[in-house]
Design a protein around this ligand. Structure first.
Ligand code: TRP
Length: 337
């Protein structure tokens, strides 16, 4: 009998801190692309709750946001059958390998992390040890699953480089324990800019320029009507990111939610001014977010379903994580229990 060998899928893993509400930039720039990847890659996505407490959190908010975030991921199309979705603190191997890797990560390396410098400047009253050693925990998050790729934003590239250095250092001492992963910086998926300030990225810290996934439609429409368009006299919908960053950002959003090309959009709005275009973008965004919001609230109301998803996810994740941790413990010389 002929044997069919299915080639092993490449593994991808990424973590997301449940430290704020998800917005349109997260969706169009990241989550939407993840959903499309599930057939090609074996994907792990987790809520990085252990990381979140490096900055002081309100416990009730952290718990709510962790579950809301999971519900929103599923509502955005991340199928929990096809992806492993889990909560970091449910898989204790993260903290366990995190400790080990702390001992293979240098003080000097950690001191050079720009995120540490930024965050410690921002939270001067709470520059704790966790904030400093966070990249060693992130290295553990990644290396536990032996992934090929780590999809992250530009801001996490330095942490991914450090993860590679730590993996290589460990492998040089103990043999091939860890796969050395590549960062996977997203090319597709528009970089969505703030509606109020189109030269900076859409961010939850600038709520007037930011559209949240669970936001009500009146409020979304208001934000689009108020969106900054450009101070040219042209009043014409034309894609020119350098010259017309505001209009071009709106076109990028419209293109992403409708699937239309810039050419098609220019034709559709030929002869119309910004006064027609801006609410049209708002309507298109509302229609795109409506099913997500409805689905997310349905999922959130079904506590049993949500619990099944994260319990099953943690089980699948722990199986792989445990295998890697056992190998590491053996290599460094811990006595097996
Ligand atoms: N540090 C990432 C962030 O702040 C979140 C994160 C934690 C992560 N562990 C990870 C990302 C592992 C990718 C892989 O956005």
């Amino acid at each position: 009998m002929e044997e069919t060998v299915t080639p092993k899928k490449k593994v991808m893993l990424s973590g997301i801190q449940p430290s704020g509400e998800l917005h349109l930039g997260n969706y169009l720039g990241a989550i939407k692309n993840w959903a499309a990847r599930a057939d090609e890659f074996e994907c792990y996505y987790f809520m990085a709750d252990l990381h979140t407490i490096t900055v002081r959190q309100n416990p009730a908010d952290l718990r709510r946001r962790t579950l809301e975030q999971l519900a929103q991921y599923i509502a955005c199309g991340l199928d929990p059958q096809k992806n492993t979705l889990f909560i970091q603190s449910h898989v204790p191997e993260h903290a366990q390998l995190g400790w080990v890797l702390n001992c293979y990560t240098m003080f000097g390396e950690l001191s050079r992390m720009t995120q540490f410098k930024d965050k410690s400047a921002k939270h001067q009253e709470n520059i704790n040890g966790g904030l400093f050693t966070y990249p060693a925990l992130m290295a553990a998050d990644i290396l536990l699953y032996q992934p090929d790729y780590v999809p992250v934003g530009e801001d996490q590239k330095q942490h991914c480089e450090l993860t590679r250095d730590v993996a290589i250092r460990f492998n040089n001492i103990y043999g091939d324990v860890f796969k050395v992963p590549e960062p996977y910086i997203q090319k597709v998926g528009a970089r969505i800019m703030s509606l109020g300030n189109p030269t900076s990225k859409m961010s939850k810290s600038d709520p007037a320029g930011c559209v949240f996934l669970l936001e009500d439609e009146n409020s979304i429409m208001k934000k689009f009507k108020r969106a900054i368009t450009d101070s040219d006299t042209e009043n014409c919908v034309r894609y020119a990111p350098d010259e017309k960053p505001g209009v071009s950002n709106l076109m990028g959003i419209y293109a992403a939610v409708t699937g239309k090309s810039y050419d098609e959009i220019e034709k559709e709005f030929a002869g119309c001014g910004y006064g027609v275009f801006k609410p049209a973008v708002g309507e298109a965004v509302c229609s795109a977010l409506r099913p997500i919001r409805e689905e997310a609230s349905k999922i959130l109301a079904d506590k049993t379903y949500l619990k099944n998803v994260y319990t099953d996810g943690a089980e699948r994740a722990a199986y792989i994580a445990h295998k890697t941790l056992r190998k590491v413990y053996k290599k460094v010389g811990f006595v097996e229990r």
